[in-house]
Design a protein around this ligand. Structure first.
Ligand code: SAM
Length: 274
């Protein structure tokens, strides 16, 4: 056990994860902002910025003609659409491109419903640019064909999955040759002093905030534990390689397999299906 908290057996994991995300679906965005002090927004901005390539301007506007996306993304564990909406916004604002399509896949119906409500307030509502699917990262819904996806993203979701290799091999399968994988997840903090401060913060502040905002501190303790149990940056990069992806060298930074944000509190791993 860490700090006297009990380890959660695997079979309890999905129930607990379900509980956390059902109890917070409606104020999920508030939770993220308060627990990360708003910093998750910057991580997500950087993540999306580095993954969406230069795109040609739209060939046609969504809603007209036959929809043929020029760039197809799958945002797995996409929750309320934080990553999906950033992808669409970036394509439109940066490249004037509205031919991008993002399909969100999530295990939790409450999160999908919140995402739909949120999209209803955007210009993407009722366009083929965004869709929501109930499904599991470890065995993606069958309509998502092998070799059909240009960009696969999973942000703060893979940590909750029972089998990391299963998720990664599904990602590899559905990506087109040349398609890209982007994983954003909590990493390990390198600096020992900063690591100590972060640990204190996680094991005191997060469960208290969870209790206040969601009425539940036990599930939040589990979330903190799940961050600690997640592999190191290098171990996870190795799993990405073992799933068949080409990555940078096994190190952090430019030309490396991962990029740390905020000293490693969050990390982005990328890989290409060659
Ligand atoms: N990607 C969003 C973001 O960054 O804001 C949501 C992240 S949220 C912390 C984690 C999400 O993973 C939840 O919506 C949860 O339902 C989903 N999830 C957990 N296990 C999953 C699985 N095996 N397959 C698909 N989604 C899963």
């Amino acid at each position: 056990t860490h700090f006297g908290f009990r380890q959660v057996p695997e079979e309890e994991k999905e129930t607990l994860v379900g509980g956390v995300f059902s109890s917070v679906a409606s104020n999920y965005d508030l939770m993220n902002d308060s627990m990360s002090l708003g910093i998750h927004r910057l991580w997500k901005d950087s993540f999306v910025k580095s993954l969406v390539p230069r795109l040609p301007p739209s060939r046609h506007s969504p809603g007209n003609e036959i929809w043929q996306p020029s760039f197809k993304c799958l945002d797995v564990a996409g929750g309320t659409g934080d990553i999906a909406l950033r992808i669409l916004d970036r394509a439109r604002e940066q490249y004037g491109n509205r031919d991008v399509e993002v399909e969100i896949v999530d295990l939790n119906q409450g999160m999908l419903d919140e995402g739909r409500k949120r999209v209803a307030k955007t210009m993407y509502y009722n366009t083929p640019q965004i869709s929501f699917t109930h499904g599991n990262a470890q065995s993606l819904p069958s309509h998502i064909a092998s070799n059909s996806i240009d960009l696969y993203t999973i942000a703060f979701g893979i940590r909750n999955c029972t089998s990391l290799p299963a998720v990664l091999s599904e990602a590899f399968r559905v990506l087109k040759p040349g398609g890209k994988l982007g994983v954003l997840e909590f990493g390990k903090v390198g600096n020992p002093l900063f690591a100590q401060i972060y640990r204190q913060y996680s094991f005191s502040f997060i469960p208290i905030m969870g209790k206040i905002l969601a009425g539940d501190s036990e599930s939040y303790r589990y979330l903190v534990e799940s961050i600690e149990k997640f592999p190191t940056q290098e171990e996870f990069a190795t799993l990405v390689q073992q799933a068949g992806f080409q990555t940078g060298q096994l190190r952090e930074g430019k030309g490396g397999a991962w990029t740390d944000f905020t000293g490693g509190i969050a990390t982005m791993w990328t890989g290409v299906k060659a």
